[in-house]
Ligand binder design. Structure first.
Ligand SMILES: Cc1cc2nc3c(=O)[nH]c(=O)nc-3n(C[C@H](O)[C@H](O)[C@H](O)COP(=O)(O)OP(=O)(O)OC[C@H]3O[C@@H](n4cnc5c(N)ncnc54)[C@H](O)[C@@H]3O)c2cc1C
Length: 390
């Protein structure tokens, strides 16, 4: 088999890249090691920056998002028993965010690809990426018991943090920058109308909590927990009890409902540099991870492939490799801004085990500053909705 661009991974990065290339008339083959059912039901992110929304719309996959997505113009920060509204749109020159689940973005992209009749191969095994330094990199994979070889001009490594593309790069090429956090998020998806109009980020002495949503009937709530805690230690009643305690506010009620899904996600910051080697270009979680507090993971993945798609289009249109050569440098500027913002939100809002009282005082001082100074709030707002100047 031969194609122009081989895309490993059918998450948001791989599927969006495939769509952008399709619109530009460039061939690609997408290889995914899970089933369609699995990738369409993996509960993850749900906050889309305006830039992400505009890109999906331009790529012709925004119709359902525009119909069902919920536009938010602010978020709330809660601490010391008070809830403070941060008016994102007012503070960011009119930009906003859209609440629309990653599962829905993935479903829309898969449906568009299937409708176009273009190659999207689920359930492939044993993907290996070879001859990256040559003009004709090759991908080998197994499907239905048969080994296949796919030759291409460019390989897009969109296979997430645990994928094979990053590890195919020879030792010594990549530099890694990382930080683990001594806490995790226990997230639930609950079949109950959200008790909030906009997201609530709560700092509390018992630990952080986040009230989010996925639709008018589905709430997505999180409590900070330890990364090594077994899920069995968190029966539904305990989760609701902690959510009630950490988000309590006079005159407001958190409504409970059946828990449809729950899971614990560790928190990590991780970046590799450069995001490319030879003809292989890493995008999304394959190259970087952020703690979810800033809602940046999915948006960064889509920002990467936007840059990559433009560079590939230019390579075929003009023969110039300038865009491909600078891919990593261009992406890393946004990546590091998002890394810093995500770390900043995380360290401002979470409680550390055995926390130094000095750190706790600094957190509260920062929260008071962000909710009382327009300059500080504006900085949060422009980062949250996604910077346009990078
Ligand atoms: C449990 C969890 C919860 C999260 N919650 C949030 C959140 O609340 N907010 C937020 O902003 N972000 C969140 N994130 C981050 C966000 O979901 C990711 O940043 C986003 O999915 C990145 O998209 P991606 O396409 O780069 O990678 P992925 O979505 O990971 O997609 C990679 C794809 O590659 C496939 N793949 C892997 N290995 C291979 C292989 N060897 N061969 C072929 N295919 C392969 C995978 O099956 C997957 O479909 C969460 C992430 C996780 C893991």
């Amino acid at each position: 088999m031969r194609t122009q661009v081989a895309i490993v991974g059918a998450g948001p990065a791989g599927l969006t890249l495939a769509r952008l290339l399709e619109v530009a008339g460039i061939e690609s083959v997408v290889l995914e090691n899970r089933s369609r059912e699995y990738v369409e039901h993996r509960i993850r992110a749900g906050v889309l920056e305006q830039g992400t929304v505009e890109l999906l719309r331009e790529a012709g996959v925004g119709a359902r998002m525009d119909g069902e997505g919920i536009v938010h113009h602010g978020i709330n920060l809660q601490f010391d028993g008070e809830r403070h509204h941060v008016p994102l749109t007012d503070l960011s020159g009119g930009r906003s965010i859209v609440i629309y689940g990653q599962t829905e973005v993935v479903k829309d992209l898969v449906a568009a690809r299937v409708e176009s009749g273009l190659p999207l191969l689920f359930d492939v095994d044993g993907v290996t990426v070879e001859t990256l330094d040559s003009e004709r990199p090759r991908i080998s994979f197994e499907r239905d018991g048969t080994r296949h070889e796919l030759e291409c001009d460019v390989v897009a490594g969109c296979d997430g943090f645990h994928g094979v593309c990053r590890t195919s790069i020879p030792a010594g090429v990549l530099s890694t920058f990382e930080r683990d956090y001594p806490f995790a998020w226990l997230g639930i998806l609950a079949a109950v109308a959200p008790s909030i109009d906009e997201l609530v980020y709560a700092h509390h002495e018992r630990g952080f909590a986040l009230l989010s949503l996925r639709s008018p009937d589905l709430s997505r709530y999180y409590v900070q927990c330890r990364p090594d805690e077994p899920l069995e230690d968190w029966p539904d009643e305990r989760i609701w009890e902690e959510l009630q305690l950490r988000t309590a506010l006079d005159g407001w009620t958190l409504h409970e409902g059946p828990v449809l899904e729950k899971g614990i996600t560790g928190m990590r910051s991780f970046v590799v540099e450069p995001m490319q080697h030879g003809r292989l270009f890493l995008a999304g979680d394959a190259a970087h991870i952020v703690p979810p507090t800033g809602a940046k993971g999915l948006n960064l993945a889509i920002a990467d492939v936007h840059v990559l798609a433009e560079a590939i289009v230019d390579r075929y249109a003009s023969g110039s490799t300038t865009g491909l050569d600078s891919y990593s440098d261009v992406c890393l500027r946004r990546v590091w801004r998002a890394e810093h913002f995500s770390w900043w939100m995380t360290t401002m809002l979470h409680r550390l085990d055995g926390e130094d009282p000095f750190d706790a005082k600094l957190q509260l001082s920062l929260l008071r500053y962000v909710t009382s100074s327009e300059a500080a709030a504006r900085s949060l707002a422009e980062n949250y909705v996604g910077l346009t100047t990078l």
